[in-house]
Design a protein around this ligand. Sequence first.
Ligand SMILES: Cc1cc2nc3c(=O)[nH]c(=O)nc-3n(C[C@H](O)[C@H](O)[C@H](O)COP(=O)(O)OP(=O)(O)OC[C@H]3O[C@@H](n4cnc5c(N)ncnc54)[C@H](O)[C@@H]3O)c2cc1C
Length: 386
Amino acid sequence: MTSILEFDEDVEMFRSVVSRFNAEVVAPQVEKMDEEEHIDPSIISALFETGLMAVETPEEYGGAGASFTAAVAIVEELAKCDPSVSVLNDVHNTLVNTCVRKWGSDYIKETYLPQLSTDKLGAFALSEPSAGSDAFALRTRARKMSDGDFVIEGGKMWITNGAEAEIFVVFANAEPEKGYRGITAFVVEKSWGVKVVKKEKKLGIRASSTAVLAFDEVRVPKQNVLGIYGQGYKIAIECLNEGRIGIAAQMTGLAQGAFDRAVSYVFNDRQQFGKYVGEFQGMQFQIAQIASEIEAARLLLYNAARIKEAGGEFVKEAAMAKLIGSQVAEKTASKAVEWMGGVGFTRDETVEKFYRDAKIGAIYEGTSNIQLQTIARLIQKQYTLR
Ligand SMILES: Cc1cc2nc3c(=O)[nH]c(=O)nc-3n(C[C@H](O)[C@H](O)[C@H](O)COP(=O)(O)OP(=O)(O)OC[C@H]3O[C@@H](n4cnc5c(N)ncnc54)[C@H](O)[C@@H]3O)c2cc1C
């Protein structure tokens, strides 16, 4: 048997493309983008031009027709350099492209996949002020008009890529009296009237936009209903189950990025008491512990990806990968700051940013409590005899 961490040629090819992309395109801008809380538009264009924004999209729609594992490997690799660029790519690929590819009619696929492959950024708009962990408490309404078209009225919050996106997957309730069974998903173009009301100022992933959106009587043609009318809740659940593997990848990459920087520093750059600080056993044991935990997070990540790719039940494994990935990222980035001493605490060093960026892993696409709830529910189901 070979290691689960050995990948096919396609995946390795994407990894080396992203590694070069990080060094040449992303790294020179990371600090500036974090300070300015803004993603440089040239990075978004370069992601499209390099073929990283339509990984699983079939070639007939302008995509690479590659695997889910390739998509998450790209997210992991980008996060080693900048978790903000990583989540931009992740939301576009694993949420938006996936929703359109899996649930879109021929019309929707033919209209939007080529745009999402070439230059139009996507966003996934589910959360609202009143609907976070309880996502189906959403209050945005879709009113059906006499000609069959819809008018969307309401507001969304916390939308990643919200400031730059031109194509939105939007969840709105068309029949509130039916509860969550009234929730319907739509593909909405920004030019139809989606307004960016505010960009949040955040602790971490500051270059990634997180927007409040307003839908003020936005008219959406009936052919832009995504999937079956009234089954938007299913699309949201299925998409987020899969998307969690993407966040696990972002967190694993972040941990590796922080580890790489700090470990190189302790073995090459800093001496105390006449030795490189990495040579003290007190440091070596910590480094060994963290290296083992990153390996564990990566194994959970690619185990979940492999089960999903094979068409198996992966919900528990995806929740575990995200839960542990976010914990390992936080711990690794914290240790990396400590290992670099005062230097690690300054904004001149990337580990300070990784430490701030790590916190989001325990919050979005389901908080850690929600992951634990999912894991516990599935364990209970497995062990209950009655
Ligand atoms: C930077 C950022 C980007 C985001 N991007 C997107 C996006 O692109 N699209 C989108 O739709 N949403 C997005 N979100 C929203 C994100 O998914 C929610 O923030 C998340 O689901 C948590 O919801 P909440 O913030 O309302 O927290 P709440 O649901 O209010 O949770 C508060 C606390 O209560 C706990 N809690 C809640 N319910 C339970 C329960 N049943 N059992 C135990 N504990 C519970 C939570 O674990 C948490 O600790 C983003 C959020 C952020 C911060």
